[in-house]
Design a protein around this ligand. Structure first.
Ligand code: OGA
Ligand code: MN
Length: 338
């Protein structure tokens, strides 16, 4: 290594260099190399349609457009990486944003703030209760669901898990089915909360026993620059623009690649305010795998079309990004870690 000055480029650290470049506020980075799949006329991005798309009636109640209208693509330099460009309706965007703020950051799920304070229910204590703590609002950075990610040991254990939310399991099952991963089981998730100055440094997600199963990463709110490279940090990463509703799938070779979020960018659009803010009752019986009925979901989805119910969530998401990162932990035939 010949890193003689702090400004010199170290070729062993191609990932670090790009991360610093996009993170910088002083030297405003150029976004011209950032892949945006809406405008991609480049040979780096290839639109795909899965071989046989079977209609899945669950899309409707989960706030998703019909599968045949989804736009997905792969990346020439990153085999196994798939981006599904916002398949959510406005009702869906609002539903999932609200779940991430009001429902998931609640015991028995774990939150980063647990280490500092005893918070039973973050949304209740920060936004509703009379002794609301404005300081706590910005402090929430992550919530873990299902098998809790252990940030120190990076090891999942049977005595450190809570029930995985049925709605998120149902959503993950639809996403997996679309890509032909019929047996996928959502068993662990991290919900990340980003403010406009937050970053996520380069890492790989390798704690899961099952590394054949894909990882689904769903983003809402403000946009992000997502860097994805290779199996070590010497490989120069690509920068991809992630917008509200976008789903990154890390499968096959991409499952163990380094990735990071060096920058949050203000969005140009607010798809959670689009026309389709509510849904009607589903026409017929919908077969569910994890949820017990459709009525509760439809009711919860539709109350957000009332702007006074939605306003606090709206204020939060105007200045934040949320990412739900869903993994299968166990091998297909395995029922526990022990
Ligand atoms: C993660 C992760 C990426 C993102 O939670 O492991 O890589 O887009 N998140 O926030
Ligand atoms: Mn990750």
């Amino acid at each position: 290594m010949y890193d003689i000055s702090s400004n010199s480029i170290n070729i062993d650290e191609a990932f670090k260099n790009k991360f610093k470049y996009y993170k910088s506020n002083k030297l405003k980075p150029s976004l011209s190399e950032v892949l945006c799949i809406d405008q991609s006329i480049s040979d780096k991005v290839t639109p795909i349609t899965p071989k046989s798309i079977q209609q899945d009636p669950r899309t409707y109640i989960l706030g998703l457009h019909e599968l045949q209208h989804w736009k997905a693509c792969t990346f020439q330099d990153h085999p196994g990486l798939i981006l599904i460009r916002n398949p959510f309706t406005a009702a869906g965007q609002r539903y999932w944003i609200r779940q991430c703020l009001e429902v998931y950051p609640r015991k028995p799920n774990k939150m980063n703030i647990d280490l500092e304070v005893n918070v039973q229910d973050w949304w209740q204590e920060c936004f509703i209760s009379s002794q609301c703590d404005r300081n706590l609002q910005k402090k929430l950075r992550w919530t873990t669901l299902g098998y809790h990610h252990n940030w120190d040991t990076k090891v999942y254990t049977e005595d450190n898990k809570s029930p995985f939310p049925a709605d998120l399991a149902e959503l993950s099952d639809v996403l997996a089915g679309y890509l032909g991963y019929e047996g996928f089981q959502a068993q662990a998730a991290i919900v990340n909360y980003y403010h406009m100055d937050s970053t996520l440094s380069a890492h790989t997600d390798h704690s899961e026993i099952n590394l054949e199963a894909p990882l689904f990463s769903v983003s809402f709110g403000q946009s992000a620059i997502f860097l994805i490279g290779g199996k070590d940090k010497s490989i120069e990463p690509s920068a991809i623009l992630l917008q509200s509703g976008d789903i990154v799938v890390m499968s096959k070779e991409a499952r163990l690649c380094y990735h990071a979020v060096p920058k949050i960018l203000p969005t140009e659009t607010t798809p959670w305010n689009d026309q389709d803010k509510s849904i009607g009752n589903p026409c017929c019986d919908i077969k569910l795998k994890y949820l017990s009925n459709t009525e509760d979901l439809v009711t919860k989805m539709n109350r957000n079309s009332n702007n006074s119910e939605w306003s606090e969530f709206s204020d939060y998401i105007k200045q934040s990004r949320i990412n739900m990162n869903v993994r299968q932990v166990l091998n297909d035939k395995q029922s526990s870690l022990s």
